[in-house]
Write a protein that binds this ligand. Structure first.
Ligand code: NAI
Ligand code: MG
Length: 333
């Protein structure tokens, strides 16, 4: 049976880049995937007063994978972020964010190819914040052994196919208990898998990422650190519009560009579709179409090298022109 994919284009440039990604997927796979399109985000909020519907979450649960564009988060405190809801509901505990040098203008010339594995459900993002006295607020940081072990396993899966080494990024010199647990359980997991590990403090890792990005392969880190380091890595790539990601759980997988709905450029047809296209390639890889995923990556590389680039990369091509060029390249092998 053909795999079922729930596609959620979302708001702003979400639908623009998802259109582009589906065009490329069709060029490489024809109509092999069963695509179910669902609405979520700000547009749905305005119509129905919810950002994602229960039926959509159920369809996601039954699907083989999800492809997500980006959603604008309404300012209303009642409105939940659909992507955060999906991560929670589907147990998507590992956020995998590859970053590599593409042939485009970059702030640092060094070639690199790394992947950040970010814990996606605990750390400082548990939502447990309160005011303990007048004017004194605190946030709870949760690091569990089980939460660390399961995300470390994902980092090991990747390391096995790459250098065999995992770099654990933490701040255990200050956060002795929470980061101490993260480092210890991560290291134990890597050793049990027969792989190598080293570690860096997060501040040193940020410094080293800028100066020697090629010294990293698989980075394993907690939620907030991973959030920040992956935007840094996107900066090294030359644009957020090049950064794909996967959100993985035990029985669900959601693929999305790292960027948001970019209201400043929405509707202009100039959003960089590469992050969404590479996210779709990661999805194909996950669904067992590894060869097709490689074909897409090669096509992206060639098209970027030829200078078919959107304005965020200093080019003058439109979203459609970039998608068209990649789809054409994919179709001719
Ligand atoms: P953003 O990622 O949407 O935009 C940041 C900057 O990068 C903007 O200048 C934008 O024009 C540029 N940019 C982003 N993607 C691009 C692309 N593909 N091509 C060219 N330029 C691109 O982040 P921002 O502005 O902080 O958030 C805008 C909205 O998106 C907010 O409502 C936010 O809550 C939401 N958001 C949603 C996410 C999701 O659905 N996963 C993730 C991040 C933000
Ligand atoms: Mg972020």
């Amino acid at each position: 049976a053909s795999p079922t994919v729930v596609v959620i284009p979302g708001d702003g440039i979400g639908p623009e880049v998802i259109d582009a990604a589906l065009k490329v997927v069709r060029a490489v796979l024809g109509d092999e995937l069963e695509i179910v399109e669902e609405q979520a985000g700000y547009s749905l909020w305005k119509k129905r007063g919810v950002t994602i519907e229960d039926e959509t979450i159920e369809r996601c649960r039954e699907a083989d994978a999800m492809l997500f564009g980006a959603c604008t988060t309404p300012e209303d405190p009642e409105a939940k972020s659909p992507i955060v809801t999906l991560r929670k509901e589907l147990g998507l505990y590992a956020n995998v964010r590859p970053a590599r040098s593409w042939p485009v203008p970059r702030p640092v010339d060094t070639e690199f190819d790394l992947v950040i594995v970010r814990e996606n459900t605990e750390g400082l993002y548990t939502g447990c914040e309160c005011e303990i006295h007048d004017g004194v607020t605190v946030a709870l940081r949760k690091i569990s052994e089980e939460g660390t072990r399961r995300v470390a396993e994902v980092a090991c899966d990747l390391a096995e196919e790459r250098s065999g080494r995992v770099t654990i990024v933490h701040k255990a010199n200050v956060l002795k208990l929470t980061c101490g647990t993260f480092k210890r359980v991560a290291a134990e997991t890597v050793e049990r898998r027969g792989l190598e590990w080293d570690d860096e403090y997060v501040d040193a890792a940020a410094y080293k990422l800028v100066r020697e990005p090629d010294s990293f392969d698989v980075i394993l880190t907690s939620n907030l650190f991973g959030d920040i380091l992956s935007d840094l890595a996107a900066g090294l790539m030359g644009s957020l519009g090049l950064a794909p990601s996967a959100n993985l759980g035990d029985d669900a997988a959601l693929f999305e560009p790292v960027h948001g709905s970019a209201p400043d450029i929405a509707g202009k047809g100039i959003a960089n579709p590469v992050a969404a296209i590479l996210s779709a390639a990661m999805m194909l890889d996950h669904l067992g179409y590894g060869e097709e995923a490689r074909i897409i990556e090669r096509a992206v590389e060639e098209v970027l090298r030829e200078g078919v680039r959107t304005p965020d990369l200093g080019g003058s091509a439109t979203t459609e022109e970039v998608a068209e060029a990649i789809a054409e390249r994919v179709a001719t092998g």
